[in-house]
Design a protein around this ligand. Structure first.
Ligand code: NZQ
Ligand code: ZN
Length: 388
């Protein structure tokens, strides 16, 4: 197990009817901006409920943070935060709204061209770079990204999706009420299960470092997602199934299973290019890339793939190769059981499209990916060909 620090200051309020706590968690004299997306939170009446919970505070609204939040949209919100002296932001939505809000909080008082903040990659943006960061809280409406309890964000600009990381952008609090997700379309529920599943894989399916507890926690999240996945897609108002989906997605990427272990993230980086170029939902890009990547990286991941096969899929018989192949097949079959296609060709993408994707990876510096930084553009090409 590697040395590690663990820091996560976000207060979680889980369950039904928790909005009342907003009055105690948002400063009484704060001028508040509510940020949200294209309209689902408005239509469901959630925005009105949040406004009511804010009582007599001055409240402004900023709607229109799009899926895969765009830099230009976020800078419009930053201008409002600055000009209206907003003290606190409340993000109401899924990963895009919460990520977008994190970037708004960083960019508002950044002393320079805010596009600089897209160039840090996996390096953390510190208080040396951004002197003043606006505080924010979140009300989650889509369990997937885990953004409600982490400090990372992904911002779209020109033809790329850029990670933005900083210890200063943890939500002060996040309200996780499973009933706020009941209005989700099936495909978004499925996207969220896959996103959470692959988040765990990126932190678990690498190589062993005797991190027994982290492994068991990771396997527990994977098994829970397998157990409730189809149910929560098909029975959207099944509270128990959805509550487990919500909490599993949060626990998958709040940092706790990442401590002291190697991390991959190649599937995400390749997936981001598919979203940037073809607009495919984030979760779907992972369902396409992950089974292919596991297949291409069987040797490098052998020990953990065997552990995954046994502990998550209960595969006991067969040779090592047979167990690994079956575990990868079951992974793909699980994604398909949620209603998500796992082949590039099923999204209308052909082998002719692959060179441009490889060029994008190169342009974004994604040329030494994985837990061992050895996935070159040539290997990424093999993974995409395997995913056809
Ligand atoms: O725009 P609105 O009206 O909110 O509609 C959204 C959007 O169209 C809709 N939706 C959300 N909650 C709903 C709802 N519709 C009905 N009822 C509800 N309760 O769903 C659509 C997708 O929303 P979005 O927020 O884009 O989805 P998700 O939560 O999957 O977030 C995806 C973003 O998260 C980033 C991705 O890159 C992508 O930009 N990620 C963030 C991470 C992080 N911060 O750690 C890690 C992840 O790997 C991921 O990269
Ligand atoms: Zn993800």
């Amino acid at each position: 197990m590697f040395n590690f620090d663990f820091y996560n200051p976000t207060r979680i309020l889980f369950g039904k009817d928790r909005l009342g706590a907003i009055d105690t968690l948002v400063p009484a004299d704060a001028k508040v901006l509510i940020t949200f997306g294209g309209g689902s939170a408005k239509k469901s009446g959630l925005i009105d409920k949040v406004k009511a919970a804010l009582g007599r505070r001055q409240v402004e609204e900023f709607c229109g943070i799009e899926p895969n939040p765009r830099y230009e949209t976020l800078m419009k919100a930053a201008a409002i935060v600055r000009s209206q002296n907003i003290d606190f932001i409340l993000a109401v939505g899924g990963g895009s709204v919460i990520d977008g809000t994190k970037f708004i909080c960083l960019a508002t008082y950044y002393d320079g061209d805010a596009r600089d903040l897209l160039k840090f990659g996996f390096r953390h943006i510190t208080s040396e770079v951004v002197k003043k960061v606006v505080s924010f809280g979140a009300v989650l409406t889509l369990p997937a990204a885990g953004s409600e309890m982490n400090s990372g964000a992904v911002v779209s600009y020109e033809h790329g999706k850029f990670p933005v990381l900083s210890d200063m952008t943890f939500p002060k609090f996040s309200i996780l009420d499973p009933t706020y997700t009941f209005t989700l379309p099936k495909i978004q529920v499925a996207n969220g299960i896959v996103d959470a599943f692959v988040h765990v894989g990126e932190q678990y399916l690498t190589f062993p470092v005797a991190a027994k507890l982290q492994d068991r926690m990771a396997e527990g999240i994977l098994q829970t997602l397998v157990e409730i996945g189809v149910t929560t897609v098909n029975e959207p108002e099944n509270y128990d199934a959805r509550a487990n989906h919500v909490w599993s997605a949060t626990m998958a990427l709040n940092g706790i299973i990442a401590v002291g272990v190697p991390q991959d993230w190649a599937t995400h980086m390749i997936g981001h290019e598919l979203t940037a170029r073809f607009g495919i939902d984030h979760g779907q890009t992972l369902a396409i890339v992950y089974p292919a990547l596991l297949d291409v990286r069987k040797e490098q991941k052998r020990a953990k793939l065997l552990q995954y096969a046994e502990r998550v899929w209960h595969i006991e018989n067969g040779s090592e190769d047979e167990k690994i192949d079956l575990a990868i097949q079951k992974t793909r079959a699980f994604f398909e059981s949620l209603g998500i296609k796992t082949r590039l060709s099923e999204y209308g993408i052909t082998a002719d499209d692959i060179p441009a994707l490889i060029d994008q990876l190169k342009a974004h510096g994604m040329v030494a990916l994985s837990e061992t930084q050895d996935i070159t553009p040539e290997i990424s090409q093999k993974i995409l060909e395997k995913a056809m």
